[in-house]
Design a protein around this ligand. Structure first.
Ligand code: PMT
Length: 219
């Protein structure tokens, strides 16, 4: 058998958006297509890892040989991610998890009445922060999707959430972030190193991220 760089390693990747239900016909979501996360799952599999992909609703095909956990809401993503956490060697949180969810979920379709409709939202639990708090041997990688102050906001997430690396992407740039086939990322590690990359396909970006992770594992 060929020995692969991630043979015997367990990698969990989260991907896609979450959906926060408001009533039986309406929900809040975001523009994540799942492409970046699925590319990481696929690349990790090709490097020999045992991969678990926790995914929100997307229209993508599951990469072959990858174990999948399908979730809808931020709450479900929290529960599934935490339940698989202990076993993992590497966790990469690429999902675009809703930060807020409706306080009230109507059991019947909300009927049209007034000219305005005010909806109250409450914070969801921060999955990445919870993983950071429970971290044992795992290498924990987060993402930061920003539209301004990319480097500062990305660094802030690294420290606040006890991460080993954070991948920042400026989602306001053309050809970067949500939905596109390409991404322009910056990798910031706990040791303070900062590596900006040019615009790459999401497959290439996935391999660059895993290269950095494997580098960290050697130490
Ligand atoms: O799916 P694609 O169309 O390919 O697009 C890729 C992407 C833009 C979604 C991806 O590259 C990306 O940036 N993912 C993170 C999006 C995001 O939610 O960023 P954030 O800065 O809001 O969150 C920071 C981190 O906290 C993320 O790792 C997120 O998974 C995590 N988080 C956020 C909220 C929450 N309740 N729990 C979390 O764990």
């Amino acid at each position: 058998d060929q020995i692969m760089p991630l043979s015997g390693k367990k990698v969990m990747v989260t991907a896609g958006p979450t959906r926060e239900e408001l009533d039986p016909v309406r929900y809040f979501t975001n523009h994540s297509s799942g492409k970046m996360g699925y590319a990481i799952a696929s690349a990790a599999k090709k490097l020999g890892a045992e991969v678990t992909l926790v995914t929100g609703p997307t229209s993508l095909e599951i990469p072959s040989g990858v174990q999948v956990e399908r979730v809808i809401s931020a709450k479900e993503m929290f529960d599934k991610t935490i339940s698989h956490y202990r076993d993992q060697d590497i966790v990469i949180k690429c999902a675009a998890v809703a930060d807020y969810t409706p306080v009230t979920v109507h059991s019947n379709k909300f009927k049209k009445k007034n000219d305005t409709w005010t909806i109250e939202l409450k914070k969801t639990d921060d999955i990445l922060k919870a993983l950071g708090e429970r971290k044992e041997h795992q290498i924990l990688v987060g993402f930061a999707a920003e539209t301004e102050n990319l480097e500062d906001y990305t660094k802030d997430k690294l420290v606040r959430k006890n991460l080993d690396m954070v991948v920042g992407n400026d989602v306001s740039k053309e050809g970067s972030g949500f939905g596109s086939d390409t991404n322009e990322i910056i990798m910031i590690k706990k040791d303070g190193s900062i590596r900006p990359l040019p615009i790459l396909t999401k497959e290439q970006a996935a391999n660059e991220i895993l290269e950095e992770v494997m580098e960290m594992m050697k130490r």
